[in-house]
Design a protein around this ligand. Structure first.
Ligand SMILES: [Mn+2]
Length: 326
């Protein structure tokens, strides 16, 4: 491509990311929450992502790192037997969720993109609460795109394990333990008509029914195999992001195939490839609506040479609009 053509396409020969973000700055929020399941290794996720040079990789895109925030998590290891009808560690997860919600809301108030690094997926209860409160104050709507091998839509009544990291989507939709759904004093945090779920392939018995009843738009791996990740991503945007002021991306690394992302707590074969994962986030970035991102379930205790942490950093870059050619 000629230099002129390149400049016309990009507006500037140096530009590497989408241009419409008013303030090209991010707030990096580290939330080593491990109480949503029995996989304590997720508490090392933020440390592994720091080792993988998250800050400099984000700065290399031309973003300023406005602030880095560490969310305190109780330094305890719980061991529990599987038991039905009871959600584990709810008071502790509620406290962490409250602190995280404030940090995410403040990041958005500051005009920055809020990037939360986990930690297990129960942290999305807090991040989405913060996002929701931000748009609520402004009387604006937001959309949610949730990437996961699992449904994360269990309630204490349906969960076979009682692990809260299997419940955060349900909580955000207003279903489940009231101590969590009523965080910040309102519920639901997101409307089901503004939610898409991408990559599911491993559902508990009741979950497919819950998904069906919920009104969210789900795409299984079979849908992605049959129609391709581009079509699935565009349909998700059409459903969740039409007319919204911003988009929250909740990315569980277990949506990827374990061959590519081995360092997760609950891996499941047959997931997204390396390129599908990047491409779907690049397409979201093209919408220029991404204002907040969770990267969760990174478990360095199960990783190989920190490759999943490095991948997590690359995925943040794609979600922030890193382009390969221009
Ligand atoms: Mn999940």
């Amino acid at each position: 491509m000629s230099k002129t053509a390149k400049a016309e396409r990009t507006g500037s020969s140096k530009q590497k990311v989408s241009s419409k973000l008013e303030n090209r700055a991010v707030t990096l929020i580290y939330c080593p929450l491990h109480l949503g399941g029995p996989h304590a290794g997720v508490s090392m996720g933020p440390a592994a992502v720091k080792v993988a040079r998250l800050v400099s990789k984000v700065e290399a895109l031309g973003f300023k790192v406005h602030k880095q925030v560490d969310i305190p998590v109780p330094d305890v290891l719980y061991w529990w037997e599987k038991s039905g009808k009871v959600a584990h560690c709810v008071p502790e997860i509620r406290d962490v969720s409250l602190a995280l919600s404030k940090a995410v809301e403040a990041a958005l108030d500051d005009g920055t993109v809020a990037v939360t690094i986990g930690g297990d997926h129960s942290l999305a209860i807090g991040s989405i609460a913060g996002v929701s409160n931000y748009y609520r104050k402004r009387k604006e709507e937001f959309g949610l795109i949730w990437y996961d091998a699992h449904g994360d839509i269990n309630t204490p009544a349906t969960s076979p394990s009682g692990n809260v990291h299997g419940m955060p989507l349900a909580v955000s939709l207003g279903q489940g333990d009231e101590r969590l759904t009523e965080l910040l004093g309102f519920s639901p945090k997101v409307k089901s008509k503004r939610c898409a779920l991408i990559g599911v392939r491993d559902l508990d018995r009741a979950e497919s029914e819950l998904i069906d009843e919920s009104g969210i738009l789900p795409f299984s791996m079979r849908d992605i195999d049959e129609h391709g990740i581009v079509k699935v991503t565009r349909q998700s945007l059409d459903y969740a992001a039409r007319g919204v002021a911003g988009l929250h991306v909740s990315f569980d690394l277990d949506v990827m195939d374990p061959d590519v992302a081995p360092g997760v707590s609950t891996d499941s074969r047959g997931g997204l490839t390396y390129r599908e994962s990047h491409l779907t986030l690049e397409l979201l970035a093209d919408s220029e609506l991404v204002r907040s991102i969770d990267i969760v379930e990174l478990n360095p205790a199960r990783d190989v040479r920190n490759q999943t942490a490095e991948l997590a950093v690359e995925l943040v870059q794609s979600a922030l609009g890193k382009n390969i050619l221009y």
